[in-house]
Design a protein around this ligand. Sequence first.
Ligand code: HEC
Length: 202
Amino acid sequence: MKRAGIAIVVLGVAAGSVAFLKLSAGGFSARGKPTAVEAFIARTARRIAVSGEVRSLRNPVPDTAETLADARAHWADHCAGCHANNGSGETEMGRSLYPPAPDMRRTETQDLSDGELFFVIENGVRLTGMPGWGNGSKKSVEDSWKLVRFIRHLPKVSEQEEREMQKMNPRTPAELQEELDEEKFLKGDDANVQEQHSHTHH
Ligand code: HEC
């Protein structure tokens, strides 16, 4: 019994030292990639934080074209700034965060349960750039579940969908005006730009 205890302490200290050495080797800069050890510690910590009950939650919103359309608009507006329209995380902001926004099309994300994805969207991830979006309202809960559907869809996002989302990505007013002018010019003057997007999260 006592031996096991000592072994655990020794292992813990060893793992801690490795993590520390890795950290100090990379400095504490937010640039660069987290080491495998850091990623493992972060994932394990999150797994412990999400209760079994939450992890096994079922997505209550139906998997329909309408759900995806809602979530796509929402994603383009609130998430793509860091995660990119296709979920790759290849955005200026997503790459400069530490840890960076992951490529959510990959198994590391897709293997998370619906409940875990939902939990992350509602609560964010502590000590990272991932904000929590939930405010406990029925609407926010529903929106988050829709986003879970969309995250499942990320590996299959089409070019057509990406183009649609590009129109919904937030821009500075100056950029927006420039784009509108360009579109008018390309389509001939009577083009009515109706893609005006008025989506809010809460
Ligand atoms: C300010 C940047 C930022 C915004 C905006 C943002 N995220 Fe994130 N998100 C992150 C970062 C950084 C991570 C990685 C955190 C980590 O490593 O644990 C992340 C992780 C996640 C994860 C977990 C993925 C995984 O494999 O661990 C989910 C799910 C997620 N975000 C969904 C969303 C949704 C949905 C939105 C929009 C409502 C959103 N995020 C908006 C930065 C952002």
